[in-house]
Design a protein around this ligand. Structure first.
Ligand SMILES: [Zn+2]
Length: 423
C-alpha cells in the first residue's frame, strides 16, 4: 500500500509536468518587446510566473489557459514611474496618507500597468507607513521615489528646508533598497537651489540612484539650463517635462516654437525627460512642437491622482494615445512605457519579455474611431486611434481580462469569508 502511494506521489508531479507544459500560452499577438528588438506576430508561453518561450506556433496542447491575442499588441507590462499611491484617511494630508492618492490595484491592471513608482508621496519619516499600508498589500509592483522632505507630500510641509535631510533619506533608501529606486523633489516654491542639491546629495549617498525633479515654482523662475546642465547628474529625471506654467521655465521657446538648444544637449548628456502628465503639468503647446521636432520624452508617465485621473490625463493608455496622436510612432511610445522606464529606475529585469523574465504582460487593442484628446487648458486634438487594455498578466497570472479572451476564462477565487476576532 505504502509503495503504491509512493509511486503515485512521485509520478503525479511528473505527469503534470509533461501533460501541462505551460500555464498560459498567448497566441498570435503582435509582440512588441523593445529590449529584444522584437516586433512580430509571435506566441508567448508562461509557466511558474516566468516567460518560458517566445516563438511562432507554440504548442497549446495541455496548456492550462490559452489567450487569443490575434489582432492585438502584446507588450511588457507597462511601467508608470510617476504615480501617487500613498492613500489614507488622514484629513489635510493630501498625497501623504491622504485622500488625493489612489490605491494602486484599482487603477493599474485595467490599464496594462504592472509596475508603478510612487513619486515622492512618502518621505524618509513616513515611508514605513506607506510600505505597510500600500506596498506590502498591493498586487501591483509598487516601487518608490522617496521624498527628500521627511514628511513627504503633506501640503505645506514640502516647503520646510529643515525636513530635507540627505543623510536620513539615504539611510532609509538603503534599508529598503528593494523598493526605493530614487529620490523626489516636488512642489518647492522659492528661488533656491538647496532642495535640488539635497536631493542629488541623497542620490549620491545612497550609492548613485536617480533623483526625480518636479521643478516647483519661483518668481523670478530658476534657470532650467542650470538645473539640467549643472545641478542634475546624467540619469536624473526631469518630470512634468511638457508643462507650461508661469513660475517655471519650460522646454519649448514659445516665441520660436522650438525646443531650446540646451534641452537637446541635456538629453544627450543623459538627463531623462519624463512626462508626469498630472493635473496642470502637461500642455499641448509644449508637447506638439517638441514631438514635431523629434524631441521625444524618454518615459511616459501619468502622475495619476484623484484630480488628474478625472481631468484631462485619465490614465496611462490615454496618455500614450496622446503621443501617438501627436505623431510619435507606436514602437517609441511602447519603449517609453516599458523598457526605458525600467532602465531609468535601474530595474532592468523589468519592462521586457526575455525568456526567464517575470511574466508581467500587457495585451492592448488599438481601437480605431473618432476620438478627441484634450489637455487641461481645453486644447483638443483629433485622434483616429486609442489604446485600450484587453488583458494584464502580473507575475504569471491573469489579473485583468476585458473581453474574456482567455480560454478558460479566469474566474478569480472568492475572498474567503473568514470571521476575524474583534479586539
Ligand atoms: Zn506627482
Amino acid at each position: 500500500m505504502r509503495k503504491i502511494f509512493l509511486l503515485f506521489a512521485i509520478s503525479l508531479p511528473l505527469t503534470l509536468l509533461y501533460s501541462q507544459p505551460f500555464a498560459i500560452v498567448i497566441k498570435e499577438g503582435r509582440v512588441i518587446d523593445p529590449k529584444n528588438n522584437i516586433d512580430a506576430v509571435m506566441d508567448i508561453a508562461i509557466n511558474d510566473g516566468k516567460i518560458v518561450k517566445v516563438a511562432k506556433n507554440i504548442e497549446t496542447k495541455g496548456a492550462l489557459q490559452v489567450v487569443n491575442a490575434k489582432g492585438l499588441l502584446v507588450t511588457p507590462g507597462l511601467i508608470d514611474i510617476h504615480s501617487h499611491n500613498f492613500w489614507g484617511t488622514e484629513p489635510d494630508h493630501q498625497y501623504e496618507n491622504g485622500h488625493l492618492a489612489l490605491p494602486p490595484d484599482g487603477f493599474t491592471f485595467r490599464n496594462g500597468v504592472t509596475t508603478v513608482v510612487d513619486a515622492g508621496s512618502s518621505g524618509w519619516r513616513t515611508f514605513p507607513t506607506f510600505k505597510a499600508q500600500t506596498v506590502d498589500v498591493a498586487k501591483t509592483r509598487v516601487l518608490a521615489f522617496l521624498n527628500i522632505v521627511g514628511e513627504g507630500m503633506r501640503g505645506g510641509y514640502e516647503q520646510n528646508l529643515n525636513d530635507m535631510d540627505s543623510r536620513m533619506a539615504a539611510l532609509v533608501a538603503k534599508r529598503y533598497k528593494d523598493i526605493i529606486v530614487g529620490f523626489k523633489l516636488a512642489h518647492f516654491e522659492g528661488h533656491d537651489w538647496t532642495p535640488t542639491d539635497r536631493a542629488v546629495e541623497a542620490g549620491k549617498l545612497a550609492g548613485g540612484i536617480p533623483v526625480m525633479v518636479d521643478f516647483g515654482g519661483s518668481t523670478p523662475t530658476l534657470p532650467l539650463e542650470e538645473l539640467l546642465m549643472q545641478h542634475l547628474r546624467p540619469g536624473d529625471i526631469f518630470t512634468h517635462c511638457f508643462g507650461q506654467l508661469a513660475t517655471r521655465e519650460y522646454l519649448v521657446d514659445i516665441q520660436t516654437n522650438k525646443v531650446k538648444p540646451f534641452v537637446w544637449q541635456a538629453q544627450k548628456r543623459g538627463i531623462v525627460f519624463d512626462v508626469g502628465y498630472g493635473g496642470i503639468s502637461f500642455a499641448f503647446s509644449q508637447a506638439i512642437p517638441a514631438v514635431k521636432e523629434g524631441f521625444y520624452p524618454n518615459s511616459i508617465s501619468t502622475d495619476i491622482h484623484v484630480g488628474s485621473m478625472n481631468n484631462a490625463m485619465k490614465d496611462m493608455l490615454t496618455t500614450m494615445s496622446k503621443f501617438m496622436a501627436m505623431g510619435m510612432d507606436l514602437k517609441s511610445v511602447i519603449t517609453a512605457s516599458t523598457w526605458n522606464p525600467a532602465k531609468e529606475i535601474k530595474r532592468e529585469e523589468l519592462g521586457n519579455l526575455s525568456v526567464g523574465s517575470g511574466a508581467d504582460v500587457a495585451i492592448l487593442n488599438v481601437r480605431e474611431g473618432k476620438f478627441g484628446l484634450f489637455d487641461y487648458t481645453g486644447f483638443r486634438i483629433p485622434a483616429g486611434k486609442r489604446l485600450e487594455c484587453e488583458m494584464t498578466i502580473r507575475d504569471g497570472k491573469i489579473v485583468y481580462d476585458f473581453n474574456g479572451i482567455a480560454t478558460p476564462v479566469t474566474v478569480p477565487a472568492r475572498p474567503s469569508r473568514q470571521l476575524t476576532k474583534q479586539k
